[in-house]
Ligand binder design. Structure first.
Ligand code: C5P
Length: 230
């Protein structure tokens, strides 16, 4: 795999028409797209994900599943049938085991979200947890591995702590990536694409630095080149 194929562009736009225009503008530079809840739940969102697959692109459905086991299992099976490459689930052991059953036979890779990066220790305490973010993230990373989950979504700042826990085979996928010199927006703890790859990320997810750029194709090409050089 070429290093630039590890770039996933987050299609965080509100309509399929906008997403289609963006994909067309990016052309061959980008081969992997993340479809999150905003776009998936827009009219035609899931059909658009199928369309992307049919055009030869890879698709990451960021739906963060979490429900009773039977429901998660059936939902994961449907998403495997759709042909998605990656799907996110919350890293609760029952949820992960159920998704694993549902996605047992296909090419769908399951990624677990350990602890949302918008949560800090105080948020976990408020929600009734007796441990902090670092401890919970490490615990859930181990559980994800034990449940046969393929990878984790995590902040680039967590790569150094989590990679040794899960070993080399687990896919580590990180948002919170900003090319040097760009606006960090609401992302607080960021790394550049080169730093994230060097810190052992397998894939990086980039949204606004590409989707809101005046020239998205150039922004993506600059990031892809930076990755090729990592
Ligand atoms: O626009 P930006 O590059 O910040 O987009 C990052 C993408 O990754 C968005 O789709 C966002 O929802 C997602 N994400 C994130 N931080 C997390 C988990 C997911 O930014 N901790």
């Amino acid at each position: 795999m070429k290093t630039r194929e590890r770039l996933i562009v987050a299609l965080d736009v509100e309509s399929v028409a906008d997403a289609r225009a963006l994909v067309a503008a990016l052309g061959e530079t980008v081969s992997f797209f993340k479809v999150g809840m905003e776009l998936a739940y827009a009219p035609g969102g899931f059909d658009f994900a199928r369309e992307l697959k049919a055009s030869g692109k890879r698709v990451f459905l960021d739906l963060k599943l979490h429900d009773i086991g039977a429901t998660v299992e059936r939902a994961a099976r449907q998403i495997a049938r759709l042909g998605a490459d990656f799907l996110t689930v919350h890293a609760f052991p029952q949820t992960m085991a159920a998704a694993r059953r549902g996605a047992s036979d296909g090419a769908l890779r399951l990624l677990a979200v350990t602890v949302m990066t918008s949560y800090d220790d105080a948020d976990l305490a408020e929600a009734g947890y007796a441990c902090g973010v670092a401890e919970l993230a490490a615990r859930r990373a181990k559980q994800a591995k034990a449940e046969g989950i393929d990878g984790l979504i995590l902040s680039p700042m967590e790569l150094a702590a989590i990679r040794p826990i899960v070993g080399p085979d687990m896919l580590l996928v990180t948002p919170g990536v900003r090319p040097e010199g760009t606006d960090v927006g609401d992302q607080k703890r960021v790394m550049t694409p080169r730093q994230a790859i060097a810190a052992s990320a397998d894939y990086i997810v980039v949204g606004r630095p590409i989707t809101r750029a005046t020239d998205p194709a150039k922004a993506a090409e600059d990031i892809a080149r930076e990755m090729d050089g990592a």
